[in-house]
Design a protein around this ligand. Structure first.
Ligand SMILES: CC(C)(COP(=O)(O)OP(=O)(O)OC[C@H]1O[C@@H](n2cnc3c(N)ncnc32)[C@H](O)[C@@H]1OP(=O)(O)O)[C@@H](O)C(=O)NCCC(=O)NCCS
Length: 350
């Protein structure tokens, strides 16, 4: 019944399987025999302790792809550590990058790395399937979701390795301004009415000229404090001040429309409610659709943000209940009789 569980497991089948019983292990052997891929997200070593290290799985099914996705993977001195969202983000460097200028790191309050780890796992599965299709060979993929988070910290890692600069130095991170790459104006600006904002990125001279025209300030083009990128970078506080005098008298969508019409990247800073309920692009993409859940009824879940011309995707079914598909998986797929399934159920194996 959990919202996140339901969102992440749409269209999957759900079984139960007691791995502490010998009969449960026998059923897992059978499942491995008919599967392409087995993935798990326990702490390192759990599945091997059940008696199913990759070598054992490969004896049952040589082409099986086994992906273990744990906090630090099975390799290295941290492999035995238990991990949880804030702890993996702390080690990865992501926590350190968060917060407002001149304040301690704030952390993210959300487990981004559960998701980046899952994306990497998905890529790993696809690469291993490709290898299997070419060679017939299965393999074990050892994935550490902390290690997979490097791209989330990318620019800061580069800033250190290339420029030798620390991430939290005076003035960094800047709360509302983006100093990299060198563009100005490039930030978030206050709009008319309470807590309304617009994001603007003026990328080059062409954008700058159009920007001054839209704002009705063509004299800025000849102002030595603003005319060149170097000058604008050097005078960003003053620049942002005069821009905000214009944005704070307008609605963010009006600004977005006016600047986008001239090819300047600009967007209203939307609330989640606007994004989900009112954004016409969200509607056009069919995101946040409703699916049928056996106990919750009609519930909203994330849609698929990619469209395939040769295989239109549909999401109709919500996440499964625990064991909802035991009869189908053990009966139709593994060929167990109804009597056998019912006995397994009574014995607590499934
Ligand atoms: C999330 C996490 C910290 C939870 O730790 P945990 O509750 O101690 O669980 P573990 O994964 O270590 O172990 C699972 C236990 O359940 C048991 N278990 C799981 N499924 C079972 C099943 N179907 N039948 C019988 N036992 C089962 C396992 O045998 C194991 O117990 P054991 O160590 O006594 O054998 C850990 O799973 C983990 O580090 N996962 C990877 C990283 C991750 O995703 N972290 C969360 C980020 S927010």
């Amino acid at each position: 019944m959990g919202g996140a569980f339901n969102n992440h497991n749409v269209e999957k089948l759900g079984i139960t399987l007691n791995m502490r019983s010998p009969k449960g292990k026998e059923l897992l052997r059978k499942l491995i025999g008919i599967c392409d891929v087995l993935t798990e997200n326990f702490s390192a070593g759990v599945v091997a302790r059940w008696g199913f290290p990759y070598e054992e799985m490969a004896k049952i099914n040589p082409s099986i792809i086994y992906v273990s996705n744990s906090g630090f993977g099975h390799t290295g001195p941290y492999s035995k550590f238990k991990t949880w969202g804030p702890t993996v983000q702390a080690v990865s460097g992501l926590t350190f990058l968060s917060g407002l200028a001149d304040m301690p790191p704030a952390g993210w309050g959300y487990s981004y790395m559960d998701h980046s780890g899952a994306y990497f796992m998905c890529l790993a599965i696809l690469m291993a399937l490709y290898h299997r299709d070419m060679t017939g060979q299965g393999q074990w993929v050892d994935l550490g979701c902390t290690e997979a988070a490097i791209p989330l910290c990318g620019p800061s890692l580069l800033d250190y390795t290339v420029n030798g600069r620390r991430a939290r130095r005076p003035g960094q991170p800047h709360s509302n301004r983006n100093d990299s790459p060198a563009m100005a104006p490039h930030g978030i600006y206050r709009c008319m009415s309470e807590d309304r904002w617009v994001a603007i990125a003026v990328r080059n001279e062409r954008d700058w000229q159009a920007f001054c025209d839209v704002l009705g300030h063509c004299e800025w083009l000849d102002d030595p404090c603003l005319a060149t990128l170097d000058a604008r970078m050097a005078n960003q506080d003053e620049l942002d001040f005069v821009i905000e005098a214009w944005t704070s008298e307008r609605d963010p969508y009006e600004i977005m429309e006016a600047l986008q019409q001239r090819g300047i990247p600009a967007a209203a800073v939307q609330t989640p409610e606007e994004r989900i309920e009112y954004d016409p692009n969200t509607q056009a993409w069919g995101l946040y659709l409703e699916v049928e859940h056996p106990e919750m009824g009609r519930v909203r879940v994330d849609g698929i943000p990619a469209k395939f011309s040769a295989m239109p995707a549909h999401i109709r079914r919500g996440a499964p209940l625990l064991g909802q598909h035991n009869d189908y998986v053990y009966g139709d797929l593994l060929g167990l009789s109804a009597a056998k399934i019912s006995a397994l159920r009574e014995e607590g194996v499934i």
